[in-house]
Design a protein around this ligand. Sequence first.
Ligand code: PLP
Length: 358
Amino acid sequence: MRPAQALIDLDALRHNYRLARQLGGGKALAIIKADAYGHGAVACARALQDEADGFGVACIEEALELRQAGIRGPILLMEGFFDAAELPLIVEHDFWTVVSSRWQLEAVEAFQTGARLHIWLKLDSGMHRLGLSPEEFRDAHARLSALPQVGPLVLMTHLARADELDSNRTREQLDIFVRATEGLAGETSLCNSPALLGWPQVRSDWVRPGLMLYGADPLYPQPSPHAAQLRPVMTLQSRVIAVRELGVGEPLGYGARFVAERPTRVGVVAMGYADGYPQFAPNGTPVLIEGVPGHLIGRVSMDMLTVDLTDHPQAGHGSLVQLWGSAPTIAELAPRCNTSAYRLPCSLKRTPRVYLSE
Ligand SMILES: *Cc1c(COP(=O)(O)O)cnc(C)c1O
């Protein structure tokens, strides 16, 4: 069998969730959209089911997958509903929904139900993607609060630059949020992972950690006091399936991106960009070879990549190669490959996930 595997450590996931919740000081919605950033939404939700205050997903399709797998408890649709026809399903499955547009507000007003909707009302405090303007927000709050089919509101916004500790934008967004929500009833929610780790003044009733649950530091390489406590959840690994000796001047792989400048021992690893490994990882990208730091050479191809075994005489056919996990971390790896720590695990394909605990 092909030796590529993505090991998923669910104990680490629980550890990171507890850390997020403790830092937030209130309730924490575990963000498991996009198949839990590639970690498997159902398995992650099951692992957190007994302690998470709720789950956040992007859309009703993702929410239904969780309910159908037997996940109980709150599930928030963070982009709300895309069509008023979703409202009966939202009631049937007891989902929570964001309302961030006027048309959604009007759809809720027009919706007749004996149930009570749980709505998170979203303010655009400067991200300028989803959310009501400050003026619309107060009006929407009053209109929703007057409806018998709507329960207590949660007031939320999303931060655009919380991962930049030297930017003033988070403070400005907080000010806009505080002014827009002044005197309005409802719990509040602002923090994503970078805000939770980098901006203590933004913490409120509900935090919404995503990336940090999976053990990646969204502030990297800026100093962050809690980053060392995060435990990586996914380990991407495979094995050397062939070994080659190259003489000086001999090229390796597509485009001859690597040419040997010394006699070079090459290990061919069963892992490629079709597995989600970054296609444009440069020569020198770190890997772990049998637990020892090493590096990639040559262009990554669809199903294989190549590593330098010259300084790893102990390694050979069958050696274990770690592409990310404890080292290199996805936060370290991403900037070297011109991608983001969010995207790396989300890109996982073909490689089977193996869960290390229940
Ligand atoms: C994805 C998402 C989050 C989680 O963000 P991270 O940076 O991964 O912690 C929080 N809130 C909303 C609205 C999101 O869409």
